[in-house]
Design a binder for this molecule. Structure first.
Ligand code: PMP
Length: 447
C-alpha cells in the first residue's frame, strides 16, 4: 500500500488552525509569533510549549513544570552546561571580532578538533551552521571533481540554503529535487533484504547510472551517517563501506554529514562514519559543536581545499570567531571530562534494551534501531505490525508531552520516534521515559 510521505517540518508540527483551544497565555504568544513570522513559524506539539530555562537533561516551562528532554541534540553536553556557558561569557567579555586576525584559542581548537579525525583529514574551514557546512562541502566537491551529480537518501535533510535544499528531498512539499540529484532508499532491510551492504551499494551504482543518463556524472554521495531523518539506521556496522568504496573508486567524493551523529552521540566513536570503517573525503559538522553557540565546520583533505581555494576565495565572518573557539573547546573538554561517549553507550544500550522489552508487550512498538543515544523506534499499527502508524506516533508524542517528556518523530511517514537527548541522560531518565511510554501506550494499567 502506498502512503503519503511527510515533509520534514510537518512532523509533529502544531496546527495553526487549532490555536482556539489553547490556554489564553499560550494562544496569545502563538498569535503574536504568527503575526511576525507568518507561515514560516513552525512549532511543535498540539499545545506548543513555552520554555523559560533549562539545565542538563531538563527544560523548564512557563507553567512551572519540568520536562525531560529526549529531543535536543543542540545542547548536546547538557542544557546550559556551566563550563560552556562560562567559556562563552568569559570570551565574549574579553574579545569577539571577525576572523581575519590572529587570536588565541582558535588554533588550539582547530588542532584539538582535527586530532579526532583520520590523519588524511587535516584541514578545517569553520562555518556557523550545518547548512553552511554542507553548502561549502558541495561547492568543494563540484570544483574538485568537475561533476555536479549528487546521490542522497530518499528522506535526507541536509539544510536550508538553495544548494542544500536541492539535495534534501524531505524539504519538498511539492515537486522534487533537480535532475543532478538522485535519491536512493534508506539502508533498511525492508528495501534491500538481509544484506543491506550489498543492496545499498547496488542502489548507489544504479543511481550513478541514472545520473549519467541525464548527463550528470557523480560528484558526491552525501549521507548523514546515522540516517536520522530516514528513520535512524546504524546496523550492521560497516554496511556503508561497499557503497563508499564504489563512490570513491569512481572518482566521486563521500561527504559525511555529522550534524546529527557527530560529537560522541553514537557512543562508540566521535563520528558516525567511524562505525562503517570508511574515511570520508569531507566531514560536515553543526549543531552539537558549540552546545547552543551557532557553530559548524567542514573537515577535509588539504588537496580538496586547495583546489577550491584556487578557484574561489573563502572567508567566513563569524565561523571560528573567538567566542566560537572558546565554546567549541569547552564542548570537547566536557565530552572527555564527563565521559559522555561512554555514557551515551551505556545509557543508550540500557534504553534500547528496555524499549525492546516493552515492545514484546505492546503491539504498537516495532523495531528499535540505533547506536548510543541516537535511537529510532518504529510505531506500527497494533493490528498489522507491517504497517507504519504515523497517527499513533503523533498521539504518543503529544501524550508524552502531557506527561512532561519531549520527543520527536522521523522517517518517511513520521512514524519513527526519534530518541536524541543530551548526552548526559542518566539511567533514571531513561527508565522514567520507558515507564512513561508504557503508561501513555495505555495497554496495561500503570504500575
Ligand atoms: N544536516 C543534517 C543531517 C541536519 O539534521 C541538519 C539540521 N537538522 C542540517 C544538516 C542543517 O543544519 P542547520 O540547521 O544548523 O543549518
Amino acid at each position: 500500500m502506498s502512503r503519503p510521505t511527510q515533509q520534514i517540518l510537518a512532523l509533529n508540527a502544531f496546527e495553526p488552525g487549532s490555536a482556539k483551544g489553547l490556554p489564553d497565555d499560550v494562544r496569545a504568544l502563538v498569535e503574536r509569533r504568527k503575526a511576525s513570522f507568518g507561515p514560516a513559524s513552525v512549532l511543535f506539539y498540539k499545545e506548543p510549549l513555552h520554555v523559560v530555562e533549562a539545565s542538563g537533561t531538563f527544560l523548564y516551562a512557563a507553567d512551572g513544570k519540568r520536562y525531560l528532554d529526549l529531543y535536543n541534540n543542540v545542547p548536546s553536553v547538557g542544557h546550559c552546561h556551566p563550563k560552556v556557558v562560562e567559556a562563552i561569557a568569559h570570551q565574549a567579555a574579553r574579545l569577539n571580532c571577525h576572523t581575519r586576525y590572529l587570536f588565541d584559542g582558535l588554533h588550539e581548537y582547530a588542532e584539538r578538533l582535527l586530532s579526532h579525525f583520520p590523519a588524511s583529514l587535516s584541514n578545517v574551514a569553520f562555518t556557523c551552521t550545518g547548512s553552511e557546512s554542507n553548502d561549502l562541502a558541495l561547492r568543494m566537491a563540484r570544483v574538485s571533481t568537475g561533476n555536479p551529480g549528487v546521490i542522497v537518501t530518499e528522506t535526507a535533510y541536509h539544510g536550508n540554503t538553495t544548494a542544500v535544499t536541492e539535495i534534501s528531498p524531505s524539504s519538498y512539499k511539492k515537486g522534487a529535487p533537480p535532475a543532478y540529484v538522485e535519491t536512493i532508499p534508506a539502508p533498511d532491510p525492508a528495501h534491500y533484504g538481509a544484506d543491506v551492504s550489498t543492496g545499498f551499494a547496488q542502489a548507489v551504482k544504479k543511481a550513478m547510472t541514472a545520473l549519467e543518463s541525464r548527463g550528470h556524472r557523480l560528484g558526491a554521495f552525501v549521507a548523514d551517517s546515522i540516517f536520522s531523518s530516514d528513520g535512524v539506521y546504524a546496523d550492521p556496522p560497516g554496511f556503508l563501506k561497499a557503497a563508499i568504496d564504489l563512490v570513491q573508486k569512481n572518482g566521486a567524493l563521500f561527504i559525511a554529514d555529522e550534524v546529527q551523529p557527530g560529537f560522541a552521540r553514537t557512543g562508540t566513536a566521535m563520528w558516525g562514519f567511524a562505525r562503517h570503517g570508511v574515511v570520508p573525503d569531507m566531514v560536515t559538522m553543526g549543531k552539537p559543536m558549540g552546545n547552543g553557540f551557532p557553530m559548524g565546520g567542514v573537515v577535509t583533505r588539504p588537496d580538496l581545499l586547495s583546489r577550491f581555494c584556487d578557484e574561489f576565495g573563502y572567508f567566513n565572518t563569524f565561523g571560528g570567531n573567538p567566542v566560537a573557539s572558546a565554546a567549541g573547546l569547552a564542548v570537547l573538554d566536557v565530552i572527555a571530562e564527563e565521559g559522555l561517549m561512554e555514557n551515551a553507550l551505556a545509557v543508550g544500550a540500557h534504553l534500547m534494551s528496555r524499549l525492546k522489552d516493552l515492545g514484546t508487550l505492546c503491539p504498537q512498538l516495532g523495531k528499535v534501531r540505533g547506536s548510543g543515544l541516537y535511537i529510532g523506534l518504529d510505531i506500527v499499527d497494533r493490528n498489522d505490525p507491517a504497517n507504519p502508524s504515523p497517527a499513533t506516533a503523533t498521539d504518543l508524542i503529544n501524550g508524552l508531552r502531557e506527561r512532561q517528556i519531549l520527543i520527536g518523530a522521523a522517517g518517511p511517514f513520521g512514524h519513527v520516534l526519534k530518541v536524541r537527548p543530551p548526552l548526559c541522560l542518566t539511567i533514571n531518565d531513561a527508565d522514567h521515559f520507558v515507564d512513561t511510554l508504557d503508561r501513555v501506550l495505555g495497554d496495561r494499567p500503570a504500575s
